[in-house]
Design a binder for this molecule. Structure first.
Ligand code: FES
Ligand SMILES: [Fe+2]
Length: 465
């Protein structure tokens, strides 16, 4: 492998010849909030990334030992843990954690392992309701608050210190109705770990929203291969050629805020510099994948407006009519664009009301070549509507198309199929690599580089806690 050690030149994201994201939003009908007007892409090294980060068992083991037990990880929504006794089992590699509501005001999280002989207290991947935590093997039973309440044949255990055999706890905290865990008792609070997110999401509150869809699929690749495929649009012209006409892929803005957070801002309703169709504003609106297809067909771009402005007007109208929610305080960009925030290590949360979703990437078992991809979809609940039960995970088989998942939008399903089918090729190709490394672009893939920089800080114990 040949390492390239020079610092990269200042990024010039206009090398594609098209407008920047800031240029595009500057032509909208509304000013954007400060958080969308800022840019932050500090210089980074341009060193290659070793393929060992993706394919080696020893690197995978290092991640399991040094990184996963130290980071805040998204688990589920508070709505999944609404009643006392509601639980959710979160599995990350070989770690397994039960998150459970212990009282109206308290969530608890425990390592999912019996203190008798180690059996999992709840099956991996399960969710449900439980009055207590009873081991399915011999019946040792803990309260929801973690105290050991019952040991069958307790005369056999005069040596058992019940207080020392409380269930070992895992940190659990919430933000914006999202539940996170951290296995490190000394970890900084979630709110600090999230860096700019609480400030940036002040306009984008998801309390009261509901989860209408959770689709899971096992993928034949490392968790970072899957994650990083969602962190750049450099691949769009080859993997999603039809999208280049209506999405400003290469125009995307990439921002890095700290060790744990970064984002890309992708303009919708404009053509990529890679598109040669020369679409009109009306064409762009007609082809837009956003909003209600039945009304989009009739919508017109009136003189002086753009497809983006018309799309934002549609989104505001739909939110008002369907949910009684007023979006007049939000800019056009917040209503329609893809505002993708990464929370290190494995969660992507979209800001704004237009594309509310999470994408999550989880190592599976002990295998660097496999991961679980999870796609979460959220919707508001109208004030006078009955609150629907939150969705539970629906697991697709590896050979099944995302378009076969119940309730999925056909277009999104096809895009996810395109994204995930290339990942097996990348994983297999890295095993076949003579170069032994990846060479990243200096802007469009800068946030991928930051993932590896932060990962190495955890692996090398150089991140101050
Ligand atoms: S292993 Fe859990 S009670 Fe025996
Ligand atoms: Fe993609």
């Amino acid at each position: 492998m040949t390492a390239q050690k020079q610092a990269r030149p200042p990024s010039v994201p206009t090398g594609h010849g098209g407008p920047t994201y800031q240029d595009i939003i500057g032509r909208d009908s509304t000013p954007v909030p400060d958080v969308l007007a800022l840019r932050s892409n500090p210089p980074q090294s341009v060193e290659d990334i070793p393929v060992e980060h993706f394919i080696s068992q020893s690197f995978f083991d290092l991640e399991m030992e040094k990184m996963w037990p130290k980071v805040w990880q998204f688990v589920c929504r508070e709505e999944h843990l609404a009643e006392v006794g509601d639980y959710w089992v979160y599995d990350i590699g070989r770690h397994s954690i039960i998150v459970i509501r212990a009282s109206d005001t308290e969530l608890k999280a425990y390592h999912n392992s019996c203190l008798h002989r180690g059996t999992k207290l709840k099956p991996s991947g399960s969710t449900g309701f439980s009055r207590d935590l009873q081991c399915p093997f011999h019946g040792w039973t803990w309260s929801l608050h973690g105290s050991l309440e019952h040991v069958p044949c307790d005369w056999e255990f005069p040596h058992l210190d019940r207080e020392a055999n409380r269930l070992p706890e895992v940190r659990v905290e919430t933000w914006n109705s999202f539940v996170f865990i951290n296995m490190d008792a000394g970890a900084r609070p979630l709110i600090d770990y999230l860096e700019v997110m609480p400030q940036h999401f002040e306009n984008w509150r998801f309390e009261g929203w509901h989860t209408y869809q959770i689709i899971e699929k096992e993928l034949a690749c490392n968790w970072k291969v899957a994650l990083e495929g969602f962190m750049e649009a450099y691949h769009t012209p080859l993997v999603h050629p039809e999208m280049t006409h209506v999405v400003g892929d290469w125009n995307m803005q990439h921002d890095i805020f700290g060790d744990h957070t970064s984002r890309d801002l992708c303009p919708l309703g404009v053509s990529s510099p890679a598109s040669k169709l020369g679409l009109t504003e009306q064409d762009l609106l007609d082809r837009s994948g956003l909003g209600d297809p039945s009304t989009r067909k009739q919508a017109k771009v009136t003189p002086g407006k753009t497809a983006r402005i018309a799309m934002a007007e549609q989104v505001r109208k739909q939110f008002s009519e369907r949910y009684g929610i007023d979006l007049s305080h939000l800019s056009d960009a917040e209503c329609i664009d893809s505002l993708k925030y990464n929370i290190f290590p494995n969660t992507i949360l979209y800001g704004g009301p237009g594309l509310p979703q999470i994408q999550q990437f989880l190592p599976l078992g002990n295998d660097p070549d496999r991961c679980l991809f999870v796609s979460w979809g959220f919707r508001p609940v109208a004030p006078d509507a009955a609150r629907p039960e939150p969705a539970e995970p629906y697991r697709l088989k590896e050979e099944e198309s995302f378009t076969s998942a119940p309730g999925i939008n056909e277009f999104s399903g096809r895009v996810l199929d395109q994204d995930t089918s290339i990942m097996r090729w990348q994983q297999e190709g890295m095993h076949a690599s003579a170069k032994g490394a990846q060479t990243l672009s200096n802007y469009q893939e800068s946030r991928i580089r930051r993932i590896h920089e932060t990962l190495m800080k955890y692996v090398n114990d150089t991140l101050p806690n």
